[in-house]
Design a protein around this ligand. Structure first.
Ligand SMILES: [Zn+2]
Length: 323
């Protein structure tokens, strides 16, 4: 996650390399863009505050550069700033935005541009919400909403090496990432979370297609493939970081999660203690924790602990697995 100090460093020392570059002449851009899009993105213009509906749009999806279609922001990082311009707390990837010192109009500001095509987007300020503390103040005409049917859900059920390996097997699951949610500090490390003092749970963030697998199905599979009746404990792992937890993003999801817990309760002798909490932020874990099972399936831990869990998943949900 980028913070103000990172932005300053990049503006001072040079920006990260983009995945690709797109360069066109002024005439070419002019022919591709509306007059207002050209004025804002190619001439560093600013649209009138409150001139776009996009400020009040918070449904899931992604936002791309209007000039080159590079995806720049995720709606998960969008917030209501009240400024009259669409506001985000973080770019979708660290190398999609360039930071440039801007001293025009007698102010000292940091301009944001698209690193792929140099489109002017807006500015970034250090008065945004935590955990990043950043406010990307972006012209709505510099962005276009990309339609996406994908949704995200975040679960904790003990060691994320195990839960990640299981949910990767399911049809309709596009991506699974391991990380930390539900704690206090910003960008915790594995070591800090393992100390049990940060309040984070080890979680997985699942990106899925609701047309292929429902939120209820995912919750049911979660509750029946780990033990949701043990407090701060999963198998041999003990500590609050291993607690059973479901993060919801809407009131609808909250009601659905509570309903599934009620339905699944009869399968257990002990009471389900799974926490149902509003999603706030997902901190992606270090690279060596991602896709752990597939990269380490021959190790003792994977064979002794994860293989039996995968076998259980297979026996319970054969019809929901990828071919
Ligand atoms: Zn661009």
């Amino acid at each position: 996650m980028q913070k103000w100090i990172d932005v300053i460093r990049l503006a001072n020392n040079g920006n990260l390399n983009p995945d690709q570059r797109i360069e066109k002449s002024e005439e070419e851009w002019k022919s591709l863009l509306t007059e207002e899009q050209f004025y804002v993105t190619r001439k560093k213009g600013t649209e009138r505050a409150h001139s776009s509906e996009m400020c009040n749009l918070f449904e899931p999806g992604k936002y791309a550069c209007v000039c080159c279609n590079t995806v720049l922001f995720d709606s998960e990082e969008k917030f209501q700033s009240g400024t009259g311009w669409p506001s985000f707390t973080q770019p979708i990837k660290e190398n999609t935005i360039n930071y440039i010192k801007d001293v025009t109009f007698g102010m000292y500001r940091i301009e944001t541009t698209c690193s792929t095509c140099d489109a002017h987007l807006g500015h970034v300020f250090q008065d945004g919400p935590m955990p990043s503390g950043l406010r990307f103040c972006i012209n709505a005409v510099a962005l276009k909403k990309v339609k996406s049917d994908e949704k995200k859900v975040t679960f904790g059920g003990g060691c994320f090496w195990c839960t990640e390996a299981m949910f990767q097997q399911l049809k309709g699951v596009v991506n699974v990432e391991s990380g930390y949610s539900g704690g206090e500090i910003i960008n915790p490390t594995y070591r800090e979370v393992c100390s049990g003092t940060t309040g984070h749970a080890e979680v997985i963030e699942i990106t899925y297609l609701p047309s292929e697998i429902s939120f209820e199905d995912l919750v049911k599979i979660h509750l029946t493939t780990h033990n949701p009746t043990t407090i701060n404990k999963q198998g041999a792992d003990r500590g609050t970081q291993y607690r059973s937890i479901i993060f919801y993003r809407t009131d609808d999801e909250k009601m659905q999660a509570l309903k599934v817990i009620e339905d699944v309760q009869s399968a257990y002798d002990d009471m389900i203690v799974t926490e149902v909490k509003m999603f706030e932020h997902f901190h992606k874990a270090e690279a060596n924790h991602q896709d752990y099972y597939n990269r380490n399936s021959e190790t003792g831990y994977c064979m002794a602990v994860i293989n039996p869990k995968l076998a259980k998943l297979k026996s319970l949900y054969q019809d929901k697995l990828k071919k």
